[in-house]
Design a protein around this ligand. Structure first.
Ligand code: ADP
Ligand code: ZN
Length: 217
């Protein structure tokens, strides 16, 4: 099973990916996470990406594609992966198709999580992540029991806000999504791979719908 999760920033791709990974044993690949790790580690890609990400713009296609291919190769997971945050432009989608064709492992399905922009802004500006376990909270809808602390990790679980989860970057990321990523919906619709799920309800309900779509295949 080779899946792509498509949807605007804050649509819940990462959260839903976790359920699918647990259930089906596919490998979760988030370009955002890979890039943030590269920034933290100070690699060449990380140095190039850091300022671009902070503004909420797209990191150049070649860099991201290289990162993905490296990762798929290193972990040898060409047969069972879930891509989260990639592709994000027609160019990236074409590069992905070409790469997968070469390995005779085409995509199984593209799951699109649909959420309106107003809801996304609240989700993103309220988002906090545990630096220890990665659990995601929201100060508006899903606050931790103690302010700034993870319920699961107690003293070493500080909650952090991502650099790009500020108002200006959030607005820019939504514009970038509309301009560069949204055209992928038509691209995958044409190849018959696209399945759209309403991503506006509660996590468990959305997970059920995602699962139904996967089971139908
Ligand atoms: P979100 O979807 O919430 O914006 P991500 O963690 O997926 O967050 O991505 C964070 C940032 O990383 C993006 O704003 C962009 O700068 C960069 N990035 C992630 N994936 C890609 C990609 N496929 N192509 C270009 N840039 C990317
Ligand atoms: Zn934690």
């Amino acid at each position: 099973m080779r899946l792509v999760f498509l949807g605007p920033p804050g649509s819940g791709k990462g959260s839903q990916a976790k359920f699918v990974v647990e259930r089906y044993g596919v490998a979760h690949i988030s370009t955002g996470d890979l890039l943030r790790n590269a920034v933290k580690a100070g690699t060449e890609i990380g140095r190039k990406a850091s300022a671009i990400m902070q503004k909420g713009n797209l990191v150049p296609d070649e860099l991201v594609t290289e990162l993905i291919v490296q990762h798929l190769d290193a972990a040898d997971i060409w047969s069972r992966f879930l891509l989260d945050g990639f592709p994000r432009s027609i160019n990236q989608a074409e590069q992905l198709d070409a790469t997968l064709d070469k390995r005779m492992s085409p995509l199984t399905m593209v799951v699109h999580l649909h959420v309106e922009h107003d809801a996304l802004i609240k989700r993103l500006s309220g988002r906090r992540t545990c630096t220890n376990c990665g659990r995601i909270y929201n100060v508006y809808f899903e606050p931790p029991e103690v302010d700034g602390k993870c319920d699961d990790c107690e003293e070493n679980g500080e909650l952090m806000q991502r650099d790009d989860d500020n108002e200006k970057s959030i607005k820019n990321r939504l514009t970038v999504y509309d301009e560069n990523t949204k055209p992928l919906l038509a691209y995958y619709e044409k190849s018959g791979l696209l399945r759209t799920v309403d991503g506006s309800g509660d996590l468990a309900g959305i997970a059920e719908q995602v699962d139904r779509v996967i089971q139908e295949h």
